[in-house]
Ligand binder design. Structure first.
Ligand SMILES: Cc1cc2nc3c(=O)[nH]c(=O)nc-3n(C[C@H](O)[C@H](O)[C@H](O)COP(=O)(O)OP(=O)(O)OC[C@H]3O[C@@H](n4cnc5c(N)ncnc54)[C@H](O)[C@@H]3O)c2cc1C
Length: 370
């Protein structure tokens, strides 16, 4: 594309910071950079018309890990590491609330419940056995027991008698969160170029040359926040992981309220606008879902509908209104990767399934190391 003198001078010259990706991480990184360097010229490149990864696609759980996830984490990490992970999620949610405000987030602390299918009785009993120890471990974060037993008040079927509930878990409106973040970033003077994808970059002595399909420009620093798409441009250990979701039409007199985890977190559902939003099922076909291409499959969508009919809404008639997918970035470790890749390039990627909790902090950390 031939840029005019005006276009080049106004938008693509003397750029201090270029961020790739306008998800939670990229936007929080931009806000923090703007705070630290009020006179800097900061731009964001986003390949989609809207953010097109996970941040506008997710389920809106402000969560810290269900009891079975924490039990699983304790098998792979030390107690100290698990405590740090949960503390980071808690701190991250507080930062998100501070930056955006509970009203704009539509933050509601309705509690989060883990349900155990009858087929998972052994897991349920083991979680109950470990409940006191896990509560003790997490006391420095919550100051109160994080997990407690809760009767099956919403009439779910084919599950064990009690849920294991975390009263600190909350839900947000994902669309409002991202709209508020985008407005904050734009109001701070940062320019977002949508439908512009980074194809490659090369380091120079004083910065980086950024190449897209249409144009090429120079930036002093390049910050990559492309999460599930990171392996397309970086050699970091981040696997794309697609997550599929559906939402019902409004259901009259829907009583279910809160965020719910099922099958060790592989399924999750919540109420929103008198509907049930329900996602998960990657574990049915990990190989196909290890992709950065959006899409839905009948295998997973059929399973979601069956679970809705048999377990979640067994005596209630419902219709599905809409289905979609998003792309997460996973790895063998739960820790995100926030680091310098060279003198002028850094990345903040691999948010796993907890980006709402840790996205604001990871964005801030990325700005802080730059
Ligand atoms: C269905 C689903 C449900 C989820 N539910 C929850 C939940 O309830 N709670 C929770 O905490 N987390 C949840 N997550 C995870 C959470 O959404 C993510 O961890 C978080 O949004 C990651 O934010 P990010 O900014 O790192 O990445 P993203 O939001 O994926 O942002 C990366 C951006 O980079 C852009 N991009 C990629 N490549 C390029 C390129 N070459 N050039 C320019 N732009 C590029 C993408 O278009 C994208 O907008 C869920 C995820 C999904 C998919």
């Amino acid at each position: 594309m031939d840029l005019s003198y005006w276009e080049y001078k106004t938008w693509f010259s003397n750029i201090d910071f270029t961020i790739i990706g306008s998800g939670i991480v990229g936007l929080n990184c931009a806000l923090e950079l703007q705070r630290k360097h009020p006179n800097a010229k900061i731009v964001i490149l986003e390949k989609g018309l809207l953010p097109q990864g996970a941040s506008t696609k997710n389920a809106g759980f402000a969560c810290f890990g269900s009891i079975s996830e924490i039990r699983e984490d304790l098998n792979q990490h030390s107690e100290e590491e698990v405590l740090k992970l949960v503390q980071k999620r808690w701190d991250g949610i507080q930062l998100l609330r501070k930056n955006i405000g509970d009203k704009a987030l539509e933050y509601q602390r309705l509690g989060g419940h883990e349900l155990f299918r009858n087929a998972d009785k052994a897991l349920y009993e083991n979680c109950l056995e470990r409940l006191d120890d896990i509560n003790k471990l997490l006391l420095p974060v919550f100051n109160e027991p994080a997990f407690q037993q809760h009767p099956n008040q919403f009439g779910f079927k084919k599950i064990e008698q009690n849920y294991i509930t975390n009263p600190f878990e909350a839900q947000i409106n994902t669309g409002s969160m991202m709209q508020s973040l985008l407005q904050l970033v734009q109001a701070s003077g940062v320019t977002i170029f949508n439908s512009m994808s980074l194809e490659e970059f090369s380091e120079t002595s004083d910065g980086v040359v950024v190449r897209t399909a249409d144009i090429e420009f120079h930036t002093k620093k390049l910050l990559i926040a492309t999460n599930g798409f990171a392996s397309k441009i970086l050699k970091e250990e981040v696997q794309p992981a697609r997550a599929q979701v559906l939402i019902t039409k409004p259901i009259k007199d829907l009583k279910i309220k809160g965020t719910f985890h099922l099958d060790k977190g592989y399924y999750y559902f919540r109420n929103i606008d008198d509907r049930i939003l329900f996602g998960g099922g990657r574990n049915l076909d990990f190989k196909t879902e290890e992709t950065s291409e959006m899409g839905i499959t009948s295998l997973i969508q059929t399973k979601l509908e069956t679970l809705l009919k048999e377990t979640i809404l067994p005596d209630i008639s419902f219709e599905i209104e809409h289905r979609w997918s998003g792309i997460m970035g996973m790895g063998t470790k739960k820790r995100p990767i926030v680091k310098h890749l060279s003198n002028h390039v850094a990345c903040g990627v691999r948010l796993g399934g907890m980006g709402i909790a840790i996205g604001s902090l990871v964005g801030k950390e990325l700005a802080d190391i730059t």
